[in-house]
Every structure is written in structure tokens, then in C-alpha cells.
Design a protein around this ligand. Sequence first.
Ligand code: ATP
Ligand code: MG
Length: 314
Amino acid sequence: MSLWVEKYRPNSFDEIIGQEESVNKLKAMVKKGEVQHIIMSGPPGVGKTTSAVVLARELFGSVWEENFIELNASDDRKLSVIQGKVKEFARSKPISAPFKMILFDEADSLTSEAQQALRRMMEEYSATCRFIFSVNYQSNIIEPIQSRCAVLRFKPLSKSEVVKFIDRIAKTEGLNIDSGAKEALEYVSKGDLRSLVNTMQSLANLSSTISSEVVYKNSGVLDVGKIREGLKAAISGDYMKSKETFSTFLDGGVNIKELVSQMFSVVASSDLIEPNMKSYVIEKLAELDYRVIEGATPFIQLQAFLAFLSTLKK
Ligand SMILES: Nc1ncnc2c1ncn2[C@@H]1O[C@H](COP(=O)(O)OP(=O)(O)OP(=O)(O)O)[C@@H](O)[C@H]1O
Ligand SMILES: [Mg+2]
């Protein structure tokens, strides 16, 4: 079985979704044939490593693998490796290319000692080698390296960009994904396309039709729409309906603490509850939270809370 993360890894700039600003800068470097040292910073699964590999392919063509290495194993972090393998690569002549490139993937974990050594190499071998650092946080790179690099910022993918990626995969794999399920996939992926593609692959193993229920169930993320629905029913005075909605969560084996914590964020961030009642409701939720943590019978506590909500209106 091939991994979809590899199958759907873009091989050219045009296949990269979103990240226009960064991609345009990289394209301009290729066009000029001039590449600076680069820091690519941003959250996981948004195209940093992919962009670095595409840059190497576009720059070096058929000899890209001779002129590009990627260091990511924890072993490669050691100072001895940097002074050995990295130095060896950086100083050796490029092969049918103007320079070589080294990608430090997950460079957040490079020690500052290792970074100091790299900084010296960046100067010494700048004629033959370019350094690329892929990081989640730019601040994990020492200042003297930051100041020698062009910084490209990668962002979480927007909703419509994520949907574009879902559609691309669904079409190729022949999957049925209705709009509710797309929304669920988008929600649980939080703009991380790696996590999205992995989720889709594991769900497609179960069935070629993907529903929102199955997405939430497998992700361990609670269906916020449903929590809102249950709370809304209670607030409008329909205790029975709210109880039913929440019992499907508990029947599904949901962690009650997790559920309560999601109820907190729904109440806090939505206008379901009148502003003047909000703090009162939150206080009650805190009580519920406390009792649940103390190990009181969760469903009974939850019912008491819903009953309280359903009397608010009167
Ligand atoms: N912008 C994008 N366009 C298309 N596919 C993407 C994009 N970003 C990520 N992907 C998909 O996610 C996979 C992982 O992306 P990539 O390795 O580039 O993430 P990353 O930003 O380097 O993450 P990390 O910080 O975890 O290293 C790719 O193989 C591809 O399938
Ligand atoms: Mg990466």
C-alpha cells in the first residue's frame, strides 16, 4: 500500500495549494538562478518540506538528487554529524549546477551549538552551498542565522484551499464525500494537509463513501455542530431533545471531560446564550466540570446541567 502523503506530494510549484507569497518568491529565485539561504517557517503539514524539494527539482532538473540533501533524522542533529557529513556535502563541488542545497527539516530541534557551527559553514561555503531551514517557529533559529536568510512564512491552509485538496483526492480515488463530510474533514484537519491526507486514506480504507459521522468518530474530535445543536435545544427549553443529542455522544464512548471542555468553548464563543447570562452559565459549566473530574456519575451531572439550561428562558 502506498502512502497518500507521498502520492499527493506536489512535484511542481503549480501543484502547491495556497502559500502564494512564498511560492512566488521561490519561483523568482529559480527564474533568476539566484537562491539565498532560506528559513521556511509555519505550522505542520502546510507545504514547507514540499516547497524545498520542488525548489531543488526546478533548479537542478535531472541532477536534483545529486545536489540536494535533506537532513531530518535525530542522528543528523549531532554536532559531529554537522562537522562531518554536512561539511563534506557543503564544501564539495556541485554537479552540473551552480551550487548545492541542504535542507534541515524540523530544524527547531537543532541545538544552538549546532546552529553556531552551521552559521560558520554558511559563510565559509556560500559559494558552493545554500542552506534551507524548515521550522515551526522562526524564533527557534539563532539570530545570526535568521539575519542571513530570506524568511518565507507558510500559513495554515484556508477553508477553500483545504476543500480544493479534498476534491483533488476524492476525484483521483473515486470517493463520495458530501458537503457535510467535507466540512468535517476541513474542521478536524485545522489547515494541516498532511493530517488531512492521512485521515482520508484511513477512512477510504473503510469505505469509499465518507460521512461526517465517520470523520468525527475516527478523529477523536467532537462534532461541534452537534454540541451547539444540543445546547441550543436546551436553551430553547427542549430538554428532551438536548438530552437525546448529548446521549448519542456518551453512547459513542466520548470522553466526558473532553465534551465538557468543548461545551465551554461553544458557550464562550457563540451567541447562543444572552450576554448577561453567559457568566452565570459558565459558572454552572465549571461546576459540572468539577463534579465530572471528581468522578461523579457523568450523565446525571450532564442532565442536571441541561435541565438548568432549559429553565433559563422561563
Ligand atoms: N500547500 C500544499 N499543497 C499541496 N499539498 C500539500 C501542501 N502542504 C502540504 N501538503 C500535503 O501534505 C504533505 C506534507 O506536507 P509537507 O511535508 O510539505 O509539510 P511541512 O509543512 O513540511 O510540515 P512539517 O512542519 O510537519 O514538516 C504533502 O505530501 C502533501 O500531500
Ligand atoms: Mg516538513
